[in-house]
Every structure is written in C-alpha cells, then in structure tokens.
Design a binder for this molecule. Sequence first.
Ligand code: HEC
Length: 295
Amino acid sequence: MLWLWVFIFVVNSPLFSTESQAAASTPADAVVRGKYVFALAGGCGCHTPKEGPVNAGGRPLKTPYGTFYGTNITPDPTTGIGSWTDQQVIDGIRLGVRPDGSVMSPVMPYPAFNEMSDQDVTDLVAYLRTLPAVSRPNPPHQLSVPFAGLGMRAWRWLFFRPVPAPAHAPTAGIERGRYISEHLAHCQECHTPRTMTGTLDRTRDLAGNADGIDGEISSNVTPDPETGIGKWTTEEIVELLRTGFKPNFDNVQGLMALVIDGIAEGGYKDMTNEDARAVANYLKSVPPIVHKVGE
Ligand code: HEC
C-alpha cells in the first residue's frame, strides 16, 4: 500500500502540479498566444506592404520628418530579423535598439511597447518566427532632417525613459483595457497630439491629432460628448474595434482601418469581446478633453 500513498502524495503535491502546468504550455501554445498579441498590436500592420507579403516591410509612412518605411521583420536572416536572438528582437520591440547598437525612430512605437509584459513579448517573438521568411531589402527612409541617425539617438536619450515591464499583463477590467490600449494597440501613438519635439502631449491624452502619420486626422477619442466620443455607448466602441463601423454606419478609413483589419494574420478585429469591452471601458474612464480635430 505504501506506493499508493506515495503516488497520491506526489500527484497532489504543489511541485507536481506546477510541473504539469508548465508542461501543458507547449511552444505551440506560445505561438497561438503570440498571434493574438500580434492582432492586438494591429497586426503590426506598418510592416506589411499593401501588396504583401506579411511583415516583409516597405510600407511608406509619411511624417513631418520625412517618409519612413516599415522594415522587414520576417525570419529572413539577411534582410529580416532571422539572425537576431530572441532577446535582441525583444530589445528591438521594447527598447528601440538593433543588435548593432543603432536606434530606431519613434515611428516604431517602442515607447508604447516598452511595458509589453515579458510573457506577451516572448509569445509575440515565438509567433513572428513562424511566419514565412521573405528576402526583401529595406528601402532607405527618406528623411527631411539632417543627421537622422544621430537625431534618433538624441531623441531617445532625451525623451525615452525605459521602465521594467510586468511579467504578466493584467487579465481583466479597466487595467486590462489600459494595458491593451497603451502597450499593445498603441492607440495614443495616433490619437494623442504631439508637442514640437514629436513627443506625446500627455496633458491632452487621446484628444486627437490633426496632423498624424500620412497627414491623417486621428479623432478625439476621449469621453467629451461634443468633440470626442462621449455619446458612444460601450457596445458602439466595441463594434468599432471589431468591425470598423461607427454608430452612424460609416466605416473608418486609412490607418484606423489598417489597425482594425490588420492584415490577414490579425488586427484589432480579432480582439475578444471581453478585451474590446475592456478597451472601451478604459476609453470611457479617461478625462474628457475638449479638442476639435477635423470638420
Ligand atoms: C495607426 C494610427 C491609429 C491607431 C494605432 C489607432 N487609431 Fe483610431 N483612428 C485613427 C484614424 C486616422 C482615425 C480616423 C479614421 C476616419 O476618420 O476614417 C481613427 C478613428 C478612431 C475612432 C472613430 C472616432 C470617430 O469619432 O469617428 C475611434 C473610436 C478610434 N479610432 C479608437 C481607437 C482605439 C481605441 C485605438 C487603440 C485600440 C485606436 N483607435 C488606434 C488612427 C489610429
């Protein structure tokens, strides 16, 4: 009988159960979770050119500082990120640095991704590695500012203060909504106006940007009833995030359509109802700001 007691003891011990949980999370699970992180990040849509293939780079993004091109983030070892280690890809996403020490422009929203949880960023990298490698050299950015490389380094040094990311993301409630909006979906990168130095004007968070990327007007999405989306119900915001349709049955265009539709592999449209509701509740919780953008 002794062996039976030993067996029961081992199976019920916390050590055994943690081990079996760890074994239950296979690399395949990480890829499935990573695909969802990719979708919540808008399918990383800036990296996929209009005509495809996925993540192969070359999509132009017009800014006041010139035209940037989304880079090749496929696993191709020479033109993509296939030769980067996992930690190097994570540092690229969360810190904006490349393995050679050069610094990315903040058009790549690394300041937003800085607090992407360890779990989410690790899963995301596992997923990126499963996509087809495409050999396609990055076109050089066409910038209107001199010494662009130096400028990006200076900007990062002046304005970027990395903070430690959490191990895991919040799982529910407004905290989950804030986390998704700020650190995965990077809503503020388009919807918050910018100061002269190109940094986000956090005193007018989410109050709209009349001079956004590609010259697009990003709406005021604070709860102000007249200039923002204060009259929208939570369900109407959920509907917009999952379909692109506004309460007046218009659908959004341009970059908002890009992040919602994402690409075939994923976009905001793939958000679960719970996550879309968390984002909507978060939007309803931010201070309303009177700021009219657009007509
Ligand atoms: C890459 C830039 C970009 C990102 C990221 C982005 N948006 Fe937008 N968003 C836009 C633009 C541009 C428009 C205006 C589209 C139009 O008028 O057709 C818009 C429109 C909207 C609207 C419609 C507002 C109205 O009054 O019609 C809502 C709501 C919205 N965005 C919420 C969000 C939320 C929430 C997030 C993050 C989960 C987000 N956006 C991320 C660029 C972006």
